[in-house]
Design a binder for this molecule. Structure first.
Ligand code: NDP
Length: 286
C-alpha cells in the first residue's frame, strides 16, 4: 500500500512559518497585503477565493477582496489592476481564473506588475522560470516541489512524467522538474500509447481534469504519484485525476484528493505574498 503524501500536514507547517514571518514583518511596520480580484459569480471560483482569504487571515496577511460583476468590461478590469499596481500598500495581485469570456485572460495577466505577480503567470515570471532564475513560482507546481522535498524524493536523474500541458500546471511543473535535473516527459491529449509512457515514470504528476483517469495499470510499481486534479463527482464529493483505490496498491507514495496538492497551492500563495512584501520593502530602502 502506498504511503500517503499529506499535503494538509506539510501546508500547515508552511503556513505556520509564514505566520511567524508575517508577525515579525508587522512588528517592523510592514503589513503584507494580497489583493484578490473575482469577476462574476462562478461558484467554484468563489470557493477558491474564500479559501485564499481564510489562509490570509490565518497567517496575518491582509486580504483585499475585489468582487466585480460579470458585466465588468475588459478596460474596467485593466484600470483596476493599474490602480493596484500603483498602490504601494498592495504587495500581491491575483486575478481568479477563469474570467468571463469577453475578457482576455492574457491581456489581464500581462497587466499585472511582475513584482506583484504572486501567481507567477505573467510573461516575465514564465520567462524567469524557463531560465531557472525565478523569484516567484506558480503556486501549484511550487507546492508539489515542496511536497517532494518534504518526503525526501530526489528528482535528479529520475524519470518524471507530467500528464497535462496547461500554462498553469503542466508546463511550469515540467520546467521545475527539469530545473531539478529530472528526465522529463510531458503528455497531453495527442500522446500515443499514454500508459506505455506513464509506466516509465518514477515520478508521475497528473493534471488532466478527468476524474480517476489514471489507473493502476498505467503506473510503475513503486512510483511516486502526485494527483493535481480536482473533480466534483455527481454525489458532490471531490475526486482526483488518479483512481486512488487501485493506484495505492502500486505506487510507493501518493497524494490524496482532497488533502494533497490543494492545500499546498494556497500555502505557496502565502509564501509568494510575503516574499513580495519583503522585496518591496527592501527596494524602498535601497
Ligand atoms: P487544463 O484543462 O488546462 O489541461 C488539461 C490537460 O490535460 C491538457 O494539457 C490536455 O491535453 C490534457 N489531457 C486531456 N485529456 C487527456 C487525455 N485523454 N490524455 C492525456 N492528456 C489529456 O487543466 P489544468 O491544468 O488547469 O488543471 C488540471 C486539473 O488540475 C483540473 O482538475 C484542475 O481542477 C486541477 N487543478 C488543481 C489545482 C490545485 O490546487 N490542486 C490547481 C490548478 C488546477 P491538451 O493540451 O492536448 O488538450
Amino acid at each position: 500500500m502506498a504511503k500517503i503524501i499529506d499535503g494538509k500536514l506539510v501546508s500547515a507547517s508552511i503556513r505556520a512559518s509564514v505566520a511567524d514571518e508575517v508577525k515579525a514583518l508587522r512588528e517592523n511596520g510592514i503589513c503584507p497585503t494580497l489583493a484578490v480580484i473575482l469577476v462574476g459569480d462562478d461558484p467554484a471560483s468563489a470557493v477558491y477565493v474564500r479559501n485564499k482569504q481564510k489562509a490570509c487571515i490565518e497567517t496575518g496577511i491582509e486580504p483585499i477582496q475585489i468582487t466585480l460583476p460579470k458585466e465588468t468590461t475588459e478596460s474596467e478590469l485593466l484600470s483596476k489592476i493599474d490602480e493596484l499596481n500603483r498602490d504601494s500598500k498592495i504587495h500581491g495581485i491575483l486575478v481568479q481564473l477563469p474570467l468571463p469570456e469577453h475578457i482576455s485572460e492574457e491581456k489581464v495577466i500581462s497587466k499585472i506588475n511582475p513584482e506583484k505577480d504572486v501567481d507567477a503567470f505573467t510573461h516575465e515570471s514564465v520567462g524567469r522560470i524557463v531560465e531557472g532564475k525565478y523569484s516567484f513560482l506558480p503556486c501549484t507546481p511550487a507546492g508539489i516541489m515542496k511536497l517532494l522535498e518534504y518526503y525526501e524524493i530526489d528528482v535528479a536523474g529520475k524519470e518524471c512524467v507530467v500528464i497535462g500541458r496547461s500554462n498553469i500546471v503542466g508546463k511550469p511543473m515540467a520546467l521545475l522538474l527539469l530545473n531539478a535535473s529530472g528526465t522529463v516527459t510531458v503528455c497531453h491529449s495527442k500522446t500515443k500509447n499514454l500508459s506505455e509512457v506513464t509506466k516509465r515514470a518514477d515520478i508521475l504528476i497528473v493534471a488532466v481534469g478527468k476524474a480517476k483517469f489514471v489507473t493502476a495499470d498505467m503506473v510503475k510499481e513503486g512510483a511516486v504519484v502526485v494527483d493535481v486534479g480536482i473533480n466534483r463527482m455527481p454525489d458532490g464529493k471531490l475526486a482526483g485525476d488518479v483512481d486512488f483505490d487501485s493506484v495505492s496498491s502500486v505506487a510507493s507514495l501518493l497524494t490524496p484528493v482532497p488533502g494533497g496538492v490543494g492545500p499546498m497551492t494556497i500555502a505557496m500563495l502565502m509564501c509568494n505574498t510575503v516574499f513580495a512584501a519583503k522585496r518591496a520593502h527592501n527596494n524602498k530602502k535601497a
